[in-house]
Design a protein. Structure first.
Length: 166
């Protein structure tokens, strides 16, 4: 995690681009599935990405109405850093590849830790319960079924607890 946080990025604000890009990709996946099955959209017809800032709570949130993630996806995509594309990305960089390859290896999410000490991801897929993934910049995380139930319908909310206000 230290390599990602301190070595890959020269500008802290890159986290916005990375997280908005991920949210946009999630919406594109829903758009594709809806072409194959128009009922896939369900009650949430609009595909959108929203950015929210709460100065009082010192949080920055990027929310989307994209495909969302279930428990297995949260563990696979966010919780198992060594098994994401991080290792392949670091190998590519060590061979002289450009940092522009970040999006191809799935490590952009971790740019969130450039500005936050805690990340909370709430996510809901159409065919799964809503789950909450919580982690600090350390190596541990938790994933649990959201006790609030389905509050987002479909998609993801990534809330960054800021180290300092933007």
């Amino acid at each position: 995690m230290d390599i990602i946080i301190n070595s890959l990025y020269t500008h802290k604000e890159v986290f916005i681009r990375e997280l908005v890009s991920n949210a946009s990709d999630a919406c594109d996946k829903v758009r594709f599935l809806a072409i194959q099955n128009p009922d896939y959209l369900g009650e949430i017809k609009d595909l959108e990405v929203r950015i929210e800032y709460n100065a009082d709570e010192k949080t920055f949130t990027i929310a989307d109405t994209g495909i969302g993630m279930g428990k297995r996806d949260l563990i696979k995509n966010l919780g198992t850093i060594a098994k994401t594309g991080t290792t392949s990305f670091i190998e590519a960089i060590s061979k002289g590849s450009s940092l522009n390859l970040i999006g191809q290896f799935g490590v952009g999410f971790y740019s969130a830790y450039l500005v936050s000490n805690k990340v909370v991801v709430t996510s809901k897929m159409n065919d799964d319960d809503q789950y909450v993934w919580i982690s600090t910049a350390g190596a541990s995380y938790t994933v649990s079924k959201d006790p609030r139930g389905n509050t987002i319908g479909r998609g993801s909310r990534i809330t960054l607890h800021l180290i300092r206000c933007l």
